[in-house]
Design a protein around this ligand. Structure first.
Ligand code: PXP
Length: 236
């Protein structure tokens, strides 16, 4: 299972003092040098962490794969078409949330998403939909023309008992298999950390995980190269 590193919280730390350091662009370079397969950033409507300058510089320096997480708004579509990330991951976004809370309600926004995904595709940008690991959103994602799905692992990461964890792993395994069967590429993320990836990594149909908070938290103590290498070792 490959690792994509989300550098949003390097920008959170920078913005806490309205300074220019630490720089998410430096973090991305170091994470790539340590073996990350991709860099992820979320340009939020309120620019609370990553800003437009970061995105443009990340596009210029990232050599693996730049995954732009964003809400499906017109503003973001224009930015994506201009910047041309290697992948756009569409996520739900609420101003008051601390982090992305649930998967996209693809059923509710189905007609709008279809043309949104088609527009991005026309400009050579593949789309991933961040969804719950359930049959319905996975089937809708395939029908909408998305190339990827990102399965939401938030619930998995919060469960405590062995039985609950086991059941959620089964749910994720089934969801990943369905996605692959429908021709989708399957990745996953949210809340994954150095403890809970141990069992998770055995889901063969999930090709990559996107990890931010836990990795950047560790990077604050041991450095981002070490934090990235340790996670890659756990995932392999
Ligand atoms: N995937 C998506 C779609 C996300 O929105 C986030 C959070 O930005 C992540 C993965 C990473 O989650 P975490 O920071 O908990 O590792």
């Amino acid at each position: 299972m490959r690792l994509a590193v989300n550098v949003d919280h390097i920008a959170t730390l920078r913005n806490a003092r309205k300074e220019t350091d630490p720089d998410p662009v430096h973090a991305a370079v170091l994470a790539e040098l340590a073996g990350a397969s991709g860099i992820v950033c979320h340009l939020r409507e309120d620019r609370r962490h990553i800003n437009d300058r970061d995105l443009r510089l990340l596009r210029a320096v990232v050599k693996t794969k730049l995954d732009l997480e964003m809400a499906a708004t017109d503003e973001m579509k224009h930015i994506a078409i201009d910047v041309k990330p290697d992948l756009v991951t569409l996520v739900p976004e609420k101003r008051e949330e601390l982090t992305t809370e649930g998967g996209l309600d693809v059923k509710k926004v189905r007609p709008a998403l279809k043309s949104y995904i088609a527009d991005l595709k026309q400009h050579g940008i593949p789309t991933s939909l961040f969804i719950e690991p359930d049959d319905e959103p996975i089937c809708i994602a395939a029908e909408l023309g998305a190339e990827f799905i990102e399965l939401h692992t938030g619930k998995y990461s919060r469960l405590k008992t062995h039985a609950d964890v086991h059941n959620e792993l089964l749910r994720l395994r089934r969801a990943a298999a369905l996605g692959r069967k429908l021709g989708l590429r399957v990745v996953a993320g949210h809340g994954l950390n150095y403890r809970n990836v141990e069992e998770f990594k055995f889901i063969a149909d999930i090709e990559e995980v996107s990890i931010g908070h836990a990795l950047i938290a560790r990077a604050a103590l041991v450095g981002i190269e070490t934090a990235t290498r340790e996670m890659i070792r756990l995932l392999s």
